[in-house]
Design a protein around this ligand. Sequence first.
Ligand code: IMP
Ligand code: MG
Length: 177
Amino acid sequence: MSDSIRILLSAQQIHARIQEMGAQIYADYPAGSLHLVCILKGACFFLADLARAIDREVVIDFMGISSYGRGKTTSGAVRLTKDLDLPIEGVDILLVEDIVDSGVTLSYLVKVLEQRKPRSVRIAALLDKPERRRRPVKVNYVGFEIPDEFVVGYGLDYGERYRNLPDVCVLEGPHVA
Ligand code: IMP
Ligand code: MG
């Protein structure tokens, strides 16, 4: 028996929404240095598309964080696996994340980054599962609110699989714990 996959958001829907998000971000940041901070690995495709939808100069940096084991629920412990390459004092930071679930990862990250005295820290998330929130997080730009279902594709994985699916899909089946 194999896991089944159902499309929740098509590549086309995702693309159209990201263009809108980019226009909104462009309008909200008129001047100054804007650093897009991609949270590895899930947000890599979102970062690549969002950055090209923002019609201004941006700096791109990466941060690695791990709060998940191989399963579907957070371990609650957040681990930094890669720090930023660049200093952020005085600059606007836009954290680019694939999905906000419990909020544990982002609330931790915002705290870490604020200690470095950036001018501002905001969050852009492609997906939001508000029902699952355990820590309050202000997500400034949300692509889509989705129900409490486990999704893969467009960067999102289940045990490192399915990241390269072009659509966001719901994963169901006997192997999904
Ligand atoms: P949080 O700390 O619980 O908000 O977890 C956020 C992280 O958990 C995301 O960056 C994803 O890597 C992962 N995650 C949460 N929900 C899903 C999902 O439905 N599919 C795949 N990964 C998920
Ligand atoms: Mg992630």
